[in-house]
Design a protein around this ligand. Structure first.
Ligand SMILES: *Cc1c(COP(=O)(O)O)cnc(C)c1O
Length: 243
């Protein structure tokens, strides 16, 4: 296991990633204060296209800063290629935050710790039948109605939640959405408010406390936090532009 102790030599890239993480944490903190929230908001690093070394450095930096070590991968293939390096950091968790095709389920289950993009009862059944240990999942909802977006329709979300609750090995942990791609604060926030309402309803209906509400990215995390996000997913604001 790699530790985050002071003995880890700090390379320049570590400092840069760490600085990016610190900046993101400052934005989260300001946004929390601006809307008077006292509950925590987690930072999950969206690490698509980043190398195994960068992912590991990011995990070590989160560890050193005392944060939960949450990394999200969009593609199963990239998760596989970086999982060993990431999991060398004690406590590091990899979530799949991109769509899961049926033919990649086994590969995904071999390297991720959570699936944040469950969007159908069919997928629930397919995954559940291959698990022999519990797996935390988020239900992904398409709040913007944009056609190219993944996620179930808001009206179907509770049905997908029910199928997770009925499964043997999937643990319902909350909701995730990719918000509307727009500069309109009002339009983006109304999608987030919709998911927040589903989240409140699910907490009430299931009696499960501390569910996750994963919404907001580099460009709009303040809006998502104002609407109640308990986790934001940040890539470019930490690592810089993707190639
Ligand atoms: C890439 C990605 C993010 C992060 O986006 P940035 O704009 O780079 O912060 C968040 N969530 C998902 C699902 C992503 O694919």
């Amino acid at each position: 296991m790699r530790s985050c102790g002071a003995c880890v030599p700090l390379k320049l890239s570590v400092m840069t990633i760490r600085r990016g993480i610190e900046n993101a944490l400052e934005r989260i903190e300001s946004a929390r204060q601006a809307c008077g929230r006292t509950d925590p908001v987690e930072l999950q690093l969206a690490v698509k296209t980043r190398s195994a070394a960068q992912c590991q450095e990011a995990a070590l930096s989160l560890c050193a800063l005392g944060c939960p070590i949450l990394l999200g991968h969009n593609r199963v293939q990239e998760a596989r290629a970086t999982a060993d390096a990431i999991h060398e950091v004690e406590g590091a968790q990899i979530a799949l935050i991109g769509p899961l095709q049926s033919n990649k389920i086994n590969q995904a289950l071999a390297c991720v710790n959570a699936i944040d993009t469950l969007d159908s009862s069919t997928l629930v059944k397919k995954i559940d039948s291959r698990l022999d240990t519990p797996l935390p999942v988020l239900v992904e909802v398409n709040v913007s109605g944009e056609e190219h977006k993944h996620g179930c329709a808001p009206a179907e979300a509770m049905r997908v939640v029910d199928s997770v609750l009925d499964s043997h090995m999937l643990l319902f942990r909350g909701f995730m959405t990719v918000g509307l791609h727009s500069r309109s604060e009002k339009d983006v926030r109304s999608g987030y408010a919709l998911l927040r309402a589903l989240y409140d309803r699910a907490e009430k209906d299931t009696g499960i406390a501390n569910l996750t509400l994963s919404m907001g990215m580099s460009g709009d995390m303040e809006w998502a936090i104002a609407e109640g996000a308990t986790r934001v997913r940040v890539g470019t604001a930490v690592f810089g532009a993707r190639a």
